[in-house]
Design a protein. Structure first.
Length: 336
């Protein structure tokens, strides 16, 4: 990319790029996106931006001193601030020629998404905990008063108790507002190995369905994503495939680079197709299709999985396969 191309990016991009002289604290450049975002006149951009920047430069001398002493941890800094009634993320890097360069990103929409995620998590946690508490209390009474029941009945009681305990543990692990709201946020230094993630999900499900096949394809060795959130989504999709397909129906997990960029994960089975009239509602909260009458469930799993993938900036969809069966597809917009 030549200089003219780079200038076009600066002039027409939505992020605000800037450059500052470290010695004087004076802004040398602010991209036109600042004028568009804040409604400033073009000739007043530097002055307006300088006024907003002053409070943020208070720690610059101490930061430069730490760099001079060999501490590289403060060369690049990422902070979140409130400006003009909106939320912004400011990334800045000290470059060798004595200047500070960086970018300002509007994260107001992301903050709202996080707020909605916390609200969603609280609602979902309540919807799970209320019936589980009722079941937990009832089964505990049955276990305590279990006198003279046959061995099979006693085993069923304990099996139900174990299932309730596992579900409550999942609620604690996945559905606290803080936990779910954190899924997919960039500051989390974690990631997944796609092939290993599929193998782990398949191993967890094979006691119920041994014939699960994993195909890693051209998947990268590692991508940034929330491990627990992704594992939960795959568990939901595998559980769905096992419940709604015959015992001899093949289930195939695949991952690889997506044709449109990013990475994809698919869970395909050879069981009955989803009626066309129901495809658009599969991920609705509480929705259970016509095939669900004989299958236990709450209609929450697919809704929850889709919400987690959307927090990552991705998509979760489903399509019927031409011959038989259906395929659920997770897509994540990551660089691979």
């Amino acid at each position: 990319m030549n200089g003219a191309d780079y200038q076009l990016l600066l002039e027409h991009g939505t992020d605000i790029h800037w450059m500052l002289d470290c010695d004087s604290g004076r802004l040398l450049y602010v991209s036109p996106a600042a004028a568009r975002r804040f409604g400033w006149a073009a000739e007043a951009v530097l002055a307006q931006a300088q006024a907003l920047a002053e409070p943020l430069l208070a720690d610059l001398p101490a930061r430069l001193e730490r760099l001079r002493q060999g501490d590289e941890t403060r060369r690049t800094v990422l902070r979140e601030v409130e400006l003009e009634g909106a939320a912004f993320e400011i990334e800045s890097t000290v470059v060798p020629d004595g200047r500070l360069v960086g970018v300002v990103r509007d994260i107001t929409a992301r903050r709202e998404l996080e707020r909605q995620q916390k609200k969603f998590a609280s609602m979902l946690s309540h919807e799970f905990r209320a019936p589980l508490a009722t079941i937990d209390g009832a089964i505990q009474r049955l276990v305590m008063t279990d006198r003279g029941h046959d061995e099979g009945t006693t085993k069923r009681y304990h099996k139900i108790q174990g299932a309730v305990d596992r579900l409550l543990a999942m609620v604690d692990e996945y559905l606290s507002p803080e936990r779910l709201a954190a899924i997919g946020r960039r500051p989390r230094e974690n990631g997944i190995a796609p092939a290993a993630l599929l193998e782990a999900a398949a191993a967890h499900a094979r006691p119920r369905r041994p014939a699960i096949r994993v195909e890693a394809g051209n998947a990268p060795a590692w991508v940034r994503a929330d491990p627990e959130g992704m594992r939960m989504c795959l568990d939901v999709l595998l559980d769905n495939a096992i419940k709604y397909t015959p015992p001899d129906s093949p289930i195939v997990l695949q991952t690889g680079k997506a044709a449109e960029g990013g990475i994809e994960f698919t869970v395909a089975d050879g069981g009955p197709a989803i009626p066309d009239a129901e495809l658009a509602r599969v991920f609705d909260k509480g929705y259970r299709g016509s095939a669900a009458a004989a299958v236990p469930g709450s209609g929450i799993g697919l809704y929850m999985a889709k919400a987690v993938i959307e927090v990552h900036g991705g998509t979760l969809g489903v399509q019927n396969l031409p011959e038989s069966g259906k395929k659920f597809r997770i897509w994540l917009p990551v660089t691979v």
